[in-house]
Design a protein around this ligand. Structure first.
Ligand code: 13P
Ligand code: SF4
Length: 394
């Protein structure tokens, strides 16, 4: 089988903050109100004061890809799985400020109580991968599977990086959510429920998990392209496949290639290549270790002084690890810089703005999922949270 690693035909362009609307994206684009200027020298003091004034009424979650200026104010930092667990575990805080991206804040809203309100400091913080699967496309794909006679035996598994509507679809059809730290367990569980898996929306995480952790072959996987009639697949291909991978990917992790791995090994003798499972199959198969952002941090923390790493994940995290571990050599696995532009939209001015409004009793940029969608998405999220813990991809 050819491993399809080319970009999806029409990833969405980034819109300028506060300009217009984007009906095709899970993210918003508007940020109402006056933001403090980024040059304000008092921003750190203002964030501290607002947090102190709110006390236990606010709980701030920070994803590992957030900027340092933001992460310093997080009550807990984590990968998507840990943040989902933490969102569910803090019912005492009426306000949950999510420093991450839109799909994570949606999941936090679903997992928190009705008395809690979730705030995303910049509504334009979306995820281009999540935008590669729209609910209407997924419903059409399910019809294609039904026509091929395989829907009844297929279990949908959606990566956390998807809209609440897709998580709800998964819940309604007997499937689960997964993150990069439990994808193996999720797929194992799914194969206990049915014969095939429809894996959304990251083809790379799906393929890497199916082949490297479940022992399936590349030929067991097919790629469903939502931009082609019938997904670009014949009924026979759908019937023969074990895993139907959605044609989505992360543009940040998609930059790493076999060539960047080779260059890093040439440049740094003895280097260990540590990558996120959103990387392409050719990268993951050539890496020394593979895992979620939380796994990457633990791997570095556990390594002896003098270890050299080339890390293939978002740059804020790699730079932070390099700063925190001067006793090791830590470099980014690509010559060009590679921030996640949407994660980076949450900056200190937006955080200060959101917190100061909460101090004044105004909830800005609230993320609120439609109750019916939330109900079914919660079914899928609860299935994920109930999966027995396993180690990361490695
Ligand atoms: P983690 O769950 O590993 O933090 O990954 C989230 C993500 O968006 C990676 O691109
Ligand atoms: Fe989405 Fe990729 Fe950014 Fe993660 S790094 S939030 S998958 S665009």
């Amino acid at each position: 089988m050819d491993v399809d690693t080319s970009p999806s035909p029409s990833p969405l362009a980034l819109l300028l903050l506060g300009r217009g609307a984007d009906p095709d994206s899970e993210r918003g684009v508007e940020c109402p109100g006056d933001l403090p200027p980024a040059s304000d020298p008092d921003l750190v003091a203002r964030a501290r004061a607002a947090k102190a004034a709110l006390g236990e009424r606010v709980f701030v979650l920070g994803h590992h890809y957030q900027r340092d200026e933001v992460i310093q104010f997080a009550d807990v930092t984590g990968d998507s799985f840990k943040l989902a667990q933490n969102a569910a575990a803090h019912p005492e805080a009426p306000y949950v400020v999510f420093c991450g991206v839109h799909f994570m804040a949606e999941s936090a809203d679903i997992l928190t109580g009705d008395h809690q309100q979730v705030v995303l400091p910049d509504l334009a913080a979306g995820c281009s991968m999540a935008d590669m699967a729209a609910i209407s496309q997924v419903e059409d794909a399910w019809d294609v599977l039904a026509d091929a006679g395989v829907a009844a035996t297929t279990v949908p598994v959606t990566y956390m990086n998807s809209t609440a509507a897709i998580k709800a679809f998964t819940g309604r059809h007997g499937g689960t959510v997964c993150t990069s730290s439990n994808a193996q367990r999720a797929l194992t569980w799914a194969f206990e429920q049915g014969e095939k898996v429809l894996f959304l929306p990251d083809q790379h995480l799906g393929r890497n998990t199916a082949v490297l952790q479940l022992g399936l072959s590349l030929d067991d996987c097919v790629v469903y392209d939502p931009h082609r009639p019938g997904g670009g697949l014949t009924p026979q291909q759908l019937q023969d496949a074990r895993v139907i991978l959605w044609r989505g990917h992360c543009s940040v992790h998609g930059r790493f290639s076999a060539e960047t791995v080779r260059e890093a090994r040439e440049r740094i003798p003895g280097v260990r290549i540590l990558v996120h499972p959103e990387c392409r199959h050719e990268v993951v198969t050539q890496a020394d270790e593979v895992g979620s952002t939380e796994y990457i941090i633990r791997a570095v923390e556990a390594a002896p002084p003098g270890t050299a790493w080339a890390i293939g994940t978002e740059l804020n995290l790699v730079q932070r690890l390099a700063k925190q571990h001067p006793e090791q050599t830590i470099v980014f696995l690509d010559k060009t810089v590679c921030f996640c532009s949407t994660m980076n939209r949450i900056d200190l001015p937006h955080l200060v703005w959101a917190l100061e409004n909460l101090v004044e009793g105004r909830v800005v940029n609230r993320i609120q999922v439609d109750p019916d969608v939330a109900h079914w998405a919660r079914v899928a999220l609860d299935r994920m949270l109930a999966l027995p813990e396993l180690g990361d991809v490695d």
